[in-house]
Ligand binder design. Sequence first.
Ligand SMILES: Cc1cc2nc3c(=O)[nH]c(=O)nc-3n(C[C@H](O)[C@H](O)[C@H](O)COP(=O)(O)OP(=O)(O)OC[C@H]3O[C@@H](n4cnc5c(N)ncnc54)[C@H](O)[C@@H]3O)c2cc1C
Length: 434
Amino acid sequence: MSLNILVVGAGICGPAFATLLQRSNPKHRITILERFESLRISGQQVDLKTQAPHILGKMGLMERIKAHCVNETGLEMVDSMDKQVSYFPAAAAGERRPGLTSEHEIMRGDMVQVLYDASVEQNAFLKPQLGSHGGILYKFGQTITALDQNLDGVDVTFSNGERQGFDLVVAADGQGSRTRRLAFGEDISDAAFKSLGIHGAYFSIPRAEGEGSLARGHLAPGRRMIMTRTSDRPVTGVLLFAMEQSGRLRASYKGSQEAQKKAFLETFKDVEWQTDRLIEGLRSSEDFYAHELGQIKMSQLSTGRVVLLGDAGYCPSPFTGLGTNLCLMGAYILAGELARQGGDVKRALQSYEDAMRPFIDECQRFSTGSLGLFFPSSRIGVWSLGKLLWAVSKVNGLFPQSQKDDTHDGCIPEYPELNLKILFWFILTWQLEE
Ligand SMILES: Cc1cc2nc3c(=O)[nH]c(=O)nc-3n(C[C@H](O)[C@H](O)[C@H](O)COP(=O)(O)OP(=O)(O)OC[C@H]3O[C@@H](n4cnc5c(N)ncnc54)[C@H](O)[C@@H]3O)c2cc1C
């Protein structure tokens, strides 16, 4: 049975889900709504580890993704004199080792673009056979303003005033999901956000001469951390993190982007590492993005015929480096269960929830209590943490393969109903003929 589905959000998991589901039944009608006028391709690096490379491999996209991966060779922590304190090499995709860099690192924008392109190409290939019977349709510059659930579907009101009925609404609109708030209510939605007490700002600055392929990290007293990531790109990505008590950063999110920049500037103006470069870069950056880091913990992933996907339902926080992995797993499992259960949407949503729970719990397992240890307030605290990281890096170097984990592929459920292998060959043939 074909379904009429609305996906809210054309980030990472929205296009991935649509592409996967369309392979199971090209007659599904899938509308993807994005509130921005075009794809939102900003953001810094995202890690593709644990299950993510396997899902992308199943979709036939891993080679394309690899072509866009940045070449970051590891992470070095430096002191205020720019001297290396510790060094962690990049970890292979299946390895679990301390460090920031994994084998497959890609700019968020490139990832969004690859997934979007794949969905558009697949749709263009299938469309002539379908006529008006199905397909993927993107609508940019629009959002939803109301959801009315009934027994068989959801009536959706769009920001342009139009109304339309759908069999299923998929909330893929990120951590602050408006769809989640409309479907579950403000109170449940607000309570689902578990703050880590850390604020992060991300922006790009011009690459400096001599800057190599290592990510660089600096701990500053006053519970602040700075990272720069250049890899093989012409610009350097900057990440600022602060564990603040004053509430200045949190309050700034209610204001303009200029107000947010000002709050981060005030917080970081006296760090003793690359100060002028970072402050000037922050002031003039054009891709600045800031938020409070947290996890989304929902006791249910669906209500009626509205289901949460990706960060909207189970953001594990950027500190785990597992957000993209988890959202791709979600897209794959939701599409797989809908394909397996045919037209029985309710059953599919329950199976999706059951299958996702262990992965969500695993990715969100995170000791928030110990997070403070990584944000020392005093100089002596920074020095001690530097020594500890040095010791960990040395032990890490002695056992390079110590915790190799090859189980990620094996734990991914198989869904023959998604026709991944069959359609992949069609697409490959079609591309070769082009
Ligand atoms: C601008 C931006 C920058 C990011 N930068 C980083 C980064 O540097 N490092 C990192 O690890 N993670 C970053 N993330 C988060 C990362 O993309 C996610 O953690 C993860 O990949 C899960 O993706 P997702 O598809 O669930 O959500 P997202 O990637 O957040 O995508 C959500 C999409 O929904 C759209 N949207 C939001 N609200 C609405 C609405 N009401 N109606 C319609 N559309 C809506 C957004 O514009 C976006 O395109 C960023 C996210 C965004 C949006």
